[in-house]
Design a protein around this ligand. Structure first.
Ligand code: NAP
Length: 286
């Protein structure tokens, strides 16, 4: 096995799905993990140590790599950490970087993704920027507990609509970009095919699961107090509050055709997600 693809973020949402897909397709890949033993146990995955905060890990991780799937871990905001990685990628002759960016990154001057995109452009390495909207899977990660325990979605997004995207669709596009030609030097705005309010998301959960789930729509203050009581650091609470404020004022509802065009089918809907992920929320029959 001589993998030429390196996948970062394999213990996370998108990287984890990419790892599964590559494995299903029997494509050997290097699975970038911070700690040995981390990441999924998969036949076609070869673990390699990789930590953005430890540049010494870059050369061994990139050895033999032609295509790199790169994410910006949520805790790393400063783009300076990507400089030595890009330098090493150039030195080792990496041919293509697929970077998980953010919908609208090209115009949002304050987001780290924009600054990282700029650095990738400056490196002159061939790139693909995947710019997705808000992940549907945030519901079973960030909001799992409140939905499972309190049977409510507790976000301050008012009646604002969000064009939820399923990370399994992002992974499918990423795998194509990592294994096929024709994706070089392109950026894609990836969204689901409908924009829903959280009221509508709760209604779909209620309908699919037969369990009443409500949408609480707290004030910003109530939302921050809730997360403070759960021990989340203030800076992370503020980032979340900013994201839901964006949704509330209507900036998260953009629907684009890129994903459907790339997949050649409709993106996975929120209803499909709710069906597929029921056991994550309610593992035992009620
Ligand atoms: N959530 C959304 O709705 C949304 C929408 C658009 C864009 N995005 C962007 O997507 C990215 C996050 O992707 P995701 O949700 O797939 O990831 P994730 O689930 O948040 O997981 C983060 C990954 O980064 C790894 N990581 C953390 N620190 C690291 C370091 N120092 N060096 C190397 N790897 C490290 C983690 O590994 P460990 O297991 O070792 O911690 C984990 O695999 C962010 O840039 C976010 O802004 C998110």
């Amino acid at each position: 096995m001589n993998p030429s693809v390196l996948v970062t973020g394999v213990t996370g949402n998108v990287g984890g799905e990419i790892a599964k897909l590559l494995n299903e397709k029997r494509i050997p890949f290097k699975s970038a993990v911070r700690s040995t033993g981390g990441g999924p146990e998969l036949e076609y995955a070869q673990r390699t140590e990789f930590d953005l905060l430890r540049p010494a890990t870059f050369a061994p991780a990139l050895a033999g790599v032609e295509r790199l799937f790169l994410i910006r871990p949520p805790a790393i905001a400063d783009p300076k950490y990507f400089e030595p990685l890009l330098e090493e990628a150039r030195r080792q002759g990496v041919k293509h970087i697929v970077f998980l960016s953010l919908l609208g990154a090209q115009t949002l001057f304050f987001v780290p993704h924009r600054k990282i995109e700029k650095r990738i452009l400056k490196s002159a390495l061939p790139y693909t920027f995947l710019r997705p909207s808000f992940f549907t899977q945030n519901l079973n990660t960030t909001h799992l507990e409140e939905i499972r325990e309190d049977r409510r979605i507790y976000v301050p997004a008012g009646k604002g609509r969000t064009s939820f995207i399923d990370v399994r669709d992002i992974a499918e596009v990423a795998v194509r970009a990592l294994t096929e030609n024709g994706f070089e030097n392109r950026a894609y705005d990836l969204t689901g095919s409908e924009a829903l309010t959280y009221e509508e998301v709760a209604a779909r959960m209620t309908e699919e699961w037969g369990i009443p789930i409500s949408y609480a729509n707290p004030s910003m203050g109530e939302f921050k107090a809730y997360w403070h009581s759960r021990g989340l650091p203030a800076d992370q609470i503020n980032v979340m509050a900013g994201i839901y404020l964006t949704a509330k004022i209507g900036f998260a509802k953009k629907v684009t055709p890129d994903l459907e065009r790339l997949l050649g089918r409709k993106p996975l809907s929120v209803s499909q997600y709710v069906r597929d992920y029921r056991a994550e929320f309610f593992p035992e029959p009620l």
